[in-house]
Design a binder for this molecule. Structure first.
Ligand SMILES: Cc1ncc(COP(=O)(O)OP(=O)(O)O)c(N)n1
Ligand SMILES: Cc1nc(C(=O)O)sc1CCOP(=O)(O)O
Ligand SMILES: [Mg+2]
Length: 216
């Protein structure tokens, strides 16, 4: 299990998987490339997999992340996270409640919660969330229905809680510099990593830009 005292640093470059961009590649090879390029956190996000297939993907990615010393969480599916022994889950406002996920997974697991408002952020922290996913930074074809927050909204959420925050939505090399003014701790990225032909190089470049935007 990942040691949560290192969580804030681990959220820096958070890779969220997307099978839409696999082409001839396997999910495992794509995640291996992201890890080689410097991804510091991995979330398995597969909204279409049947439970058995999701568990198989999760077991494979967990092994890769363990070998790299990087935390691994499952999107939405707490049962899957429990079954494979993942480091935790990421749940949104329409998913299993944070309290219930925490009760099922225990105190050592990572529970991340998506929030778009100060009220939701405070509620998630009180319910035992370890970090917040806040977005979007920009609109994104990966999740067209996701809203976009103003910089003041990010800053208000950051000021309202003591847990770390990862920004999400429309983050690429071009938009990553926007994070400098948002008071967040990291960037969660889907397409700018997994849609790349060279995932390792794309991740490395995001990591390089991140070092300029949010110096360690
Ligand atoms: C790090 C991170 N932040 C936000 C989300 C979005 O979660 P949610 O609102 O539950 O939407 P889906 O991802 O389930 O479509 C996330 N996955 N990761
Ligand atoms: C999964 C998800 N959640 C979002 C939110 O705003 O809560 S945006 C998003 C998708 C982010 O994809 P990309 O990095 O390709 O823009
Ligand atoms: Mg969800």
């Amino acid at each position: 299990m990942f040691d949560k005292k290192n969580l804030k640093a681990a959220l820096r470059l958070y890779a969220v998987t997307d099978n839409a961009w696999l082409g001839e590649r396997t999910l495992a090879s794509c995640v291996e490339e992201a890890l080689a390029g410097g991804a510091t956190f991995v979330q398995l996000r597969d909204k279409h997999a049947a439970p058995d297939a999701l568990a198989a993907e999760a077991a494979e990615l967990l092994a890769l992340c363990r070998a790299a010393g990087v935390p691994f969480v499952v999107n939405d599916d707490v049962e899957c996270a429990l079954a494979v022994g993942a480091d935790g889950v990421h749940v949104g406002q329409d998913d299993m409640a944070c309290e219930r996920a925490r009760a099922l997974l225990g105190p050592d697991a990572i529970v991340g919660v998506s929030t778009q408002t100060v009220e939701q952020a405070r509620a998630a922290e009180a319910a035992g969330a370890d970090y917040l996913g806040v977005g979007g930074v920009r609109g994104t074809a990966t999740k067209p229905e996701a809203g976009v927050l103003a910089p003041e909204e990010f800053r208000a959420i950051a000021a309202a809680v003591d847990i770390p925050i990862v920004a999400i939505g429309g983050i690429s090399g071009d938009t990553l510099p926007l994070l400098a003014d948002l008071n967040v701790d990291g960037a969660a990225v889907v397409s700018a990593i997994f849609a790349a032909d060279d995932i390792a190089a794309a991740t490395r470049e995001l990591s390089r830009i991140m070092d300029e935007v949010l110096p360690r």
